[in-house]
Design a protein around this ligand. Structure first.
Ligand code: FES
Length: 104
């Protein structure tokens, strides 16, 4: 299974994604620039990504704690999600996300 990640310079990376892994973990393991300061505990928002429009409806619904943390994220958009709250699964094969800007 694969995901596509667009970095902050606009380069696209096709990454091998293991089912059950968080999308944040896939991105971090590949060495891309994602802080993920809290390690996936849904408290920091530094794993913020923008999900490609074509995939938005196919993702699990956003939960209350994710929504709360996202509210504090930098440059929030309708396609914003925390990548630590998205788990790789067969139905997400081919998912495309873009890394959100870092905090200044
Ligand atoms: S890694 Fe901290 S909220 Fe996702």
């Amino acid at each position: 299974m694969k995901i596509n990640v667009i970095d902050r310079e606009g380069r696209q990376h096709e990454l091998e994604a293991t089912p059950g892994w968080k999308i944040m973990e896939v991105i971090r393991e590949a060495g891309l620039d994602i802080k993920a300061e809290c390690g996936g505990c849904c408290v920091c928002s530094t794993c913020h990504v923008y999900v490609d429009d074509a995939w938005l409806d196919r993702l699990p619904a956003i939960e209350e704690d994710e929504e709360e943390i996202l509210d504090d994220a930098c440059e929030l958009k309708p396609a914003s999600r925390l990548s630590c709250q998205l788990k790789m699964a067969e139905e997400l094969d081919g998912l495309t996300v873009t890394l959100a800007p870092e905090w200044a």
